[in-house]
Design a protein around this ligand. Structure first.
Ligand SMILES: NC(=O)c1ccc[n+]([C@@H]2O[C@H](COP(=O)([O-])OP(=O)(O)OC[C@H]3O[C@@H](n4cnc5c(N)ncnc54)[C@H](OP(=O)(O)O)[C@@H]3O)[C@@H](O)[C@H]2O)c1
Length: 212
């Protein structure tokens, strides 16, 4: 699959390498190609370009930018380059403030979410929340003593969620579909929960699993 990744941070880099490992055709989007020089040297099959070129390239677009800048990055990518495509949203609406007793702060409230805001602005894009509630070290084919972890996804478009579920299968996850875009109100704060043991006790090696 042709994949356009918006983001030069650790998440973009890890997912970009993961998509390459699984045989996809990856273009990384950034405003600052220098940040990806090392990644490009290690991943010669991938290409580094602008947000717009990466989005245009992707049959699947991955959003992996700073939460506060998500809408700006998508505007720079261009709504027309996102139209009709699954946009896998790994972002979290974190405010740049120190955690309070290990708890991060968000710029969204409990009856709102970042992905709903993005879906309202970019009406033709098919957003699917995924990879937002686990640390980057465990995104691609993680190994846990407790077995295969669960990734919670949501989004309005069923076909887009099937595409993302296929990627999660490849990346070693089981998928739990929590429904439409409003479920991002529940999925995004799992990032806060995931980070608490890290900030309090420097424990970062875990993921969520839904038991039935
Ligand atoms: N770190 C993790 O383990 C983890 C795990 C799960 C989810 N997440 C979420 O994944 C996202 C990416 O996290 P990260 O740690 O990889 O990187 P990050 O430092 O949060 O974000 C870096 C990216 O944001 C872009 N950016 C920053 N300001 C911008 C602006 N004003 N306009 C457009 N783009 C802007 C940068 O663009 P340039 O490339 O142009 O510099 C860069 O691509 C975040 O939303 C985070 O909450 C992170």
């Amino acid at each position: 699959m042709r994949v356009g990744i918006l983001g030069s941070g650790v998440v973009g880099q890890v997912l970009g390498a993961g998509f390459l490992k699984h045989g996809h055709n990856v273009v990384m989007g950034t405003r600052s190609p220098d940040k990806l020089a090392e990644w490009a040297a290690k991943n010669p099959q991938g290409r580094v370009a602008s947000f717009a070129e990466a989005a245009q390239h992707g049959e699947l677009v991955v959003l992996a930018v700073k939460g506060v800048a998500a809408a700006d990055a998508l505007r720079e990518a261009g709504a027309a380059h996102l139209a009709g495509k699954p946009v896998m949203d790994a972002t979290n609406p974190i405010i740049e403030q120190p955690p309070v007793n290990g708890v991060l702060s968000f710029f969204t409230g409990i009856n709102d979410s970042s992905m709903e805001r993005l879906q309202r602005e970019f009406t033709e894009a098919k957003f699917v929340k995924a990879f937002s509630c686990v640390g980057n070290a465990w995104m691609v084919n993680p190994q846990f003593k407790g077995g295969k972890p669960t990734m919670f996804i949501c989004g309005n478009d069923e076909a887009a969620k099937r595409v993302v579920t296929g990627i999660l299968d490849q990346f070693g996850w089981e998928t739990s579909d929590m429904g439409k875009v409003e479920a991002a109100r529940a999925i995004e704060p799992l990032c806060m929960l995931w980070c608490i043991p890290g900030f309090l006790r420097n424990e970062w090696h875990h993921a969520f699993k839904l038991l039935t």
